[in-house]
Write a protein that binds this ligand. Structure first.
Ligand SMILES: Cc1cc2nc3c(=O)[nH]c(=O)nc-3n(C[C@H](O)[C@H](O)[C@H](O)COP(=O)(O)OP(=O)(O)OC[C@H]3O[C@@H](n4cnc5c(N)ncnc54)[C@H](O)[C@@H]3O)c2cc1C
Length: 427
């Protein structure tokens, strides 16, 4: 028999289509043995020979973007999630407290990094649990018993205290500080960790430190060998301090890897009694801003246009209706449809949006480099096999014009039903 690798277009198509009933079977057939297996000790073991997948031209490819390019990887990840062991700490003797931001009731990527760091600190000590302190309602309901499949359980949380009455919602630093002091009095956390974010973690960490009369470590980006390294001197120098010298730390994103090898109980414990405080700060609500006045690098929600946009007026209208900041691929910029400062990618802006919608963008490597830190990527494209679809968390296959029209109609209908036309919470 010849050694030639022959293409089977049907199998290629099934391999690209994660929803096909034969997808897993074909993926296992074409991609060979599993790249990761859980050994008898519970540790994940990697088989370096099994990393990657055979592309349609018979050449082995490695998906370095960690997206879903190798469809089989997605299937294996799902399998891995199902098998994650549950780790329980029955009677914690100490706590590492993390005051999570949870914008819109969901953990942010930054929250997960800080919880990953808290997990490392808790695991290094005996009988120490990670305690999540949450202000405001949690989107996914928490049961009264253990919640290992809740996002908090998957992120490494053993115990949860929720302060969800109206007094804690929005920007309520005085009441929130009082709640943190109640936790401090009752549970005496060994460490307090915060995501170093404006108006949330950073502000809370400073207020708690000031009230307790302790010197915090702010802008910390690494904790290693009992030492904390943080940015100081207008972000120009690094400062290293002993971990033991500070109990309150505000951590930068990517300070640690998020937890992904086990599930934890995320058991809700009774929140301590908090005295009412006479608040002098009133949250007047968010001020409406034009999303296009927000710089691309700071935008949380981006609608980005590529060569697959054929009706530019409709694209601008869609961005307005969705309340998104506009971005573009280099082709859209080079062709004069979008200004240069809107370009996303290696030679444009590196964006960190929570939601990035790529409309008619093929996913060239230079573009993908610029969206590496985005939390959720949604692709709208006619080509189900393009690299953007492989990178995306969710893809809509079809004509951009039709999909944007349907999306706008849906948002407007939802807005009209809420009596709030034109405003839409994408998160
Ligand atoms: C040195 C260098 C630096 C670069 N830097 C950048 C950079 O910073 N940023 C950047 O973006 N690019 C950059 N590029 C260019 C990059 O290589 C690609 O050429 C570019 O990103 C492609 O843009 P695109 O995806 O919009 O266009 P195309 O590659 O033409 O893709 C268009 C996509 O639209 C889809 N489509 C077509 N019609 C429709 C429709 N009706 N509905 C829905 N989908 C449709 C197609 O299937 C296709 O996937 C750089 C290139 C070089 C050489």
């Amino acid at each position: 028999m010849s050694d030639l690798i022959r293409k089977d277009p049907r199998k290629d198509w099934i391999l690209r289509n994660r929803l096909h009933p034969l997808h897993e079977q074909v993926a296992a057939e074409m991609n060979g043995p599993a790249a990761e297996v859980r050994g008898p000790s519970g540790l994940i073991r990697r088989n370096p020979h099994a990393v990657g997948f055979i592309g349609p031209n018979g050449i082995k490819r490695i998906d370095r973007l960690g997206g879903s390019a190798a469809a089989a990887a997605g299937a294996k990840r799902e399998q891995k999630e199902e098998q994650l062991p549950i780790i329980a700490i029955d009677a914690p003797q100490a706590y590492v407290a993390v005051v999570v931001d949870m914008p819109n009731g969901e953990l942010s990527a930054h929250d997960k990094d800080v919880l990953g760091q808290a997990r490392a600190l808790a695991d290094a000590a005996e009988d120490t649990a990670v305690l999540a302190v949450v202000f405001g309602p949690v989107k996914a309901a928490l049961g009264t018993e253990a919640n290992p499949d809740h996002p908090l359980g998957l992120a490494g949380v053993d115990r949860v205290v929720v302060f969800d009455s109206e007094a804690y919602q929005g920007f309520a630093p005085e009441q929130q500080l009082e709640a943190m002091l109640a936790v401090e009095r009752t549970l005496e956390p060994a460490q307090w960790l915060f995501p170093d974010t404006h108006l949330s973690g950073n502000d809370r960490a400073l207020r708690l430190a000031a009230r307790l009369g302790e010197r915090p470590i702010m802008h910390a980006w690494q904790i290693k060998n009992g030492k904390v390294t943080s940015r100081g001197g207008s972000e120009l120098t690094d400062i290293t301090r002993e971990l033991a010298s500070a109990r309150i730390l505000a951590l930068a994103s990517e300070c640690a890897m998020p937890v992904d090898e086990a599930r934890y109980e995320a058991r809700v414990i009774a929140s301590p009694a908090v005295p009412d405080v006479l608040t002098r700060i009133k949250d007047a609500g968010a001020v409406a801003v034009d999303p296009n006045q927000i710089s691309l690098g700071e935008a949380e929600f981006i609608l980005s246009a590529g060569n697959g946009i054929h009706d530019w007026d409709q694209f601008h209208e869609a961005a307005r209706v969705l309340g998104a900041t506009e971005g573009a691929s280099r082709v859209a910029v080079d062709d004069g449809f979008m200004p240069r400062f809107r370009q996303v990618g290696a030679t444009g802006t590196w964006v960190t949006a929570r939601v990035y919608i790529a409309v008619g963008i093929s996913g060239a490597v230079q573009h993908l480099q610029g969206i590496g830190s985005c939390e959720k990527v949604i692709a709208i494209n006619t080509d189900a096999g393009c690299d953007m679809v492989k990178r995306a968390d969710l893809s809509v296959i079809g004509d951009s014009q039709e999909i944007l029209a349907a999306l706008m109609a849906k948002v407007q209908a939802d807005g009209a039903a809420d009596g709030d036309e034109g405003k839409h919470d994408v998160a």
